[in-house]
Design a protein around this ligand. Structure first.
Ligand code: KIV
Length: 275
């Protein structure tokens, strides 16, 4: 077959069972967050493995100063928008503060709303021991769960801020124990956030399910970053653990400034923009 007749390889529609296989094959796993149709489209066209509609959307898309004000209704609205864009990546919705902590029944009902009303294929919950009954009930209801341990943004008032974890051997062992409990409960993967790299590596070796790091070094099975940090859409400085690959906010500001200048100068619209 000549080169011009060659078909591009068929794209893989990621399903929950692929992630463990990727870990076994030592294929590094790419997650990213998305918060609307455009970010979902960019992520899916870039062929990432999974898209998380993270409650970080409270900060990057809604202008709150933490994830705590984010509600179920906000998450459902944004997850449904991302769902309309994502065709190949596995779509996970983040359960917001108080949507799973009150009771396991409540947690199952809310997780079910993400599947039924917004088209999510899995949900993510922060924490371990205190939410294990909720995690088990959600999985029993047929909904895959992504765990999340380490730095827990929904618990900043309990922990006294965004604190890196694993600084003592006792804390490292606690994190390893939590990862094993989540694996036993049936989580399909675990986000490791804000954990010292050596500890994240130990966790990664101790569990068969993939670990997805953010601020946890390069030794995890995969990585997740917040979309706005990756494309430079955040006004604030990019966190130390993130890497900015574009300057979207600067480019957007430049585009709008040029548009405004042209309207004021009477050079837009031109003849070519007329019907
Ligand atoms: O809300 C979020 O974006 C997250 C990721 C940072 C893991 O929880």
């Amino acid at each position: 077959m000549s080169a011009e007749n060659e078909q591009p390889p068929a794209r893989l529609r990621r399903r929950v069972h692929h992630f463990r296989k990727f870990k076994e094959e030592k294929r590094r796993i790419v997650f990213i967050t998305a918060h609307d149709f455009a970010s979902g489209l960019a992520a899916d066209k870039a062929d990432v493995d999974a898209v998380l509609v993270g409650d970080s959307l409270g900060m990057v898309a809604l202008g709150f100063d933490s994830t705590l004000p984010v509600t179920m209704e906000m998450m459902l609205h944004h997850t449904a928008a991302v769902r309309r864009a994502v065709k190949y990546a596995f779509l996970i919705a983040d359960m917001p503060f108080l949507s799973y902590q009150i009771s396991a029944e409540d947690a199952v009902r809310n997780a079910g709303r993400f599947v039924q009303e917004a088209g999510a294929e899995a949900v993510k919950l922060e924490g371990c021991c205190e939410v294990l009954p909720a995690i088990e009930r959600i999985i029993a209801a047929g909904i895959p769960v992504l765990g999340h341990i380490g730095l827990l943004p929904q618990a900043i008032h309990r922990t006294g801020g965004y604190k890196v974890r694993g600084r003592t051997e006792q804390d490292a062992e606690e994190l390893i124990r939590e990862a094993k409990l989540l694996e036993e409960a049936g989580a399909f993967a675990i986000v490791l956030e804000g954990i010292l790299p050596g500890v994240a590596e130990r966790i990664t070796q101790e569990v068969k399910i993939p670990t997805i790091g953010i601020g946890a070094g390069g030794g995890c099975d995969g990585q997740i970053l917040v979309f706005s940090d990756v494309v430079g859409l955040t006004a604030s400085r990019t966190p130390k653990f993130a890497k900015r690959y574009a300057t979207a906010l600067d480019d957007m500001t430049r585009a709008v400034s040029t548009y405004a200048e042209e309207v004021r100068a009477g050079t837009f619209p031109g003849r070519e923009h007329e019907y």
